[in-house]
Design a protein around this ligand. Structure first.
Ligand SMILES: Nc1ncnc2c1ncn2[C@@H]1O[C@H](COP(=O)(O)OP(=O)(O)O)[C@@H](O)[C@H]1O
Ligand SMILES: [Mg+2]
Length: 364
């Protein structure tokens, strides 16, 4: 067991070290230059598979987007960058982390995009004491994540790229097209050529600042893949159950999420997200009802049941936690949910599990 018990959250290459080791030992398929695994093994790591002639057993980690995952792998083996787009909570960050862990063995070369992201945080900066003493030199240069990934032939993760100012985004154009990073401080011709294996996997949310402000020149250097919310109720419920149980275990809570409670919550989320229930159209919510939010709601409800009642969570508690995690401060959303609950009461109120869910409405 290599897991570090004192870490709050392990990077994917540590969390799944056993699977990655088994995949490496077994891998007889062609590897793209600079990759630690073949494209097939990367696919198996992310989409899962039972042990067979093609490789060891791996758990499925990304659901409902198989085609996008396969195309993402192929893109990264080629000459263009990869941009994962989608609503918040559709596993863009998770997929980019898994790709980097499998392809480069490291998912921690990451730039977090924000309005304040500066070029030095991406490319390189300087050790100012050395810079003043000796002038610009290789020794005084402090490589940023981009410099490091290019020099080592690894994947760079660029989170929320569209939140960066456009000039900062555009500084990636020469890197993606010519695969070179100029270092003018070290001389006119000083440059870093990227090693095989280097590429960029970026993510962008459709809600915040969309991709519409990205320059056409940069867009052309990326292949876009859209991640969609999971449509299959059983698959989403399985994922929510697994994630919540993992979080509960990590926090030393002995209770687990009862599968019927998980299924109930996912059904509520899918109906609110899809804007339809029992053949009736619902007004869409402005808040994000992602799988990640479902995990948050179920986790809070389960943790509360454990801390206050020392018991597993019951359906009554679910609605109470939607108000803090999903609805937050939007009064219109609250009304939309109330309308939905009224519909449930009239159409499903006779079924015990729904009746128990509705008992929680007084807390909403
Ligand atoms: N399709 C999916 N497959 C697997 N996990 C998912 C999926 N959609 C959402 N999740 C869950 O949601 C969590 C948060 O996703 P995240 O990667 O942070 O989303 P994003 O970056 O798109 O906002 C993931 O860690 C995972 O638990
Ligand atoms: Mg993200």
């Amino acid at each position: 067991m290599r897991a570090d018990r004192n870490a709050q959250r392990l990077p994917a290459e540590r969390l799944h070290a056993d699977e990655l080791d088994a995949l490496t030992a077994d891998d007889r398929h062609p590897r793209p230059p600079g990759w630690r695994l073949s494209a097939q093994a990367v696919r198996r790591f992310i989409l899962g598979g039972a042990a067979d002639a093609n490789g060891p057993a791996c758990r499925q980690k990304i659901f409902g987007n198989d085609l996008a995952v396969e195309r993402a792998i192929v893109t990264l083996a080629g000459q263009r960058g990869l941009l994962l787009v989608g609503e918040p909570g559709t596993a863009k960050s998770l997929l980019s982390e898994l790709l980097a862990a499998a392809i480069s063995g490291s998912s921690t070369h990451t730039v977090q995009g924000s309005a304040g992201t500066a070029e030095e945080q991406i490319r390189y900066g300087w050790n100012y004491a050395l810079l003043l003493k000796e002038g610009p030199s290789e020794r005084a240069l402090v490589p940023g994540p981009l410099h490091r990934c290019m020099a080592q032939g690894q994947l760079l993760r660029f989170e929320e790229i569209t939140r960066c100012p456009v000039e900062i985004q555009d500084s990636l154009i020469p890197v993606l097209s010519d695969r070179v990073l100029h270092v003018p401080e070290l001389g006119d011709a000083a440059m870093l050529l990227s090693r095989p294996g280097f590429n960029i996997v970026a993510t962008a949310n459709l809600r915040d600042r969309g991709v519409n402000e990205m320059s056409a020149a940069l867009k052309r250097r990326f292949n876009f893949e859209t991640l969609l919310p999971i449509r299959d109720i059983a698959a989403e419920a399985e994922l929510v159950g697994r994630e919540v149980d993992r979080l509960l275990a990590e926090d030393g809570i002995e209770a687990r999420l009862p599968p019927d409670v998980g299924l109930l919550l996912v059904q509520v989320f899918q109906e609110l997200r899809g804007g339809e229930a029992l053949g009736v159209r619902l007004e869409p919510l402005s808040s994000v009802l992602s799988t990640a939010e479902a995990v948050n709601v179920a986790y809070s409800a389960a943790a509360e049941a454990w801390y206050f009642e020392h018991d597993a969570v019951q359906p009554e508690r679910l609605l109470r936690h939607m108000s803090g995690t999903v609805l937050k401060d939007d009064a219109d959303d609250r009304k939309r949910v109330t309308d939905y609950l009224r519909l449930l009461r009239s159409k499903r109120g006779g079924e015990p599990v729904w009746r128990r869910l509705l008992e929680g409405e007084r807390w909403l």
